[in-house]
Design a protein around this ligand. Structure first.
Ligand SMILES: [Cu+2]
Length: 138
């Protein structure tokens, strides 16, 4: 009698182990599918962001830009607007052939990754050389 019970328990144990094994396999399959989906999703996000449009307003005062650091995604179409709040300043981003000599806006595509300097392009006074900033394309 006791022998049969032991056998039964052993069988139960075997079933339990194989059930667990199956479950683990399913989890792995699920994880793989999840990872793949995640990777695809990431690519999609990057592509979507890259083709995005950025509307950036830069305010100039004596003698600085606000913001002095601009971040965009590679491939973004960037519309940059210069607003002179104090003094008369320009905004030049040589790397993207942007040169606003007064209030106004222009557009460019941020197709070059990395940091690009921008600076004032109008001789505005003693602090002219301090009027620099950077645009970071990531
Ligand atoms: Cu200047």
């Amino acid at each position: 009698m006791k022998k049969w019970m032991t056998l039964g328990l052993t069988l139960l144990l075997v079933f339990a182990i194989s059930a667990c094994g199956t479950k683990t396999d399913n989890n792995n399959a699920g994880n793989n599918a999840g990872n793949n989906a995640g990777t695809t999703g990431d690519t999609g996000t990057a592509g979507g962001a890259g083709g995005g449009a950025q509307d950036i307003k830069v305010t100039a005062t004596n003698f600085q830009f606000e913001p002095a650091e601009i971040r965009v995604k590679k491939g973004d179409k960037v519309k940059i607007t210069l607003v002179n709040k104090e003094g008369a300043h320009g905004l030049e981003i040589s790397d993207f052939n942007v040169n606003l000599q007064k209030d106004g806006s222009t557009e460019f595509t941020a197709d070059k990754p990395g940091e690009h300097e921008f600076h004032c392009s109008v001789m505005c006074g003693a602090g002219h050389d301090n009027m620099v900033g950077k645009i970071i394309v990531e």
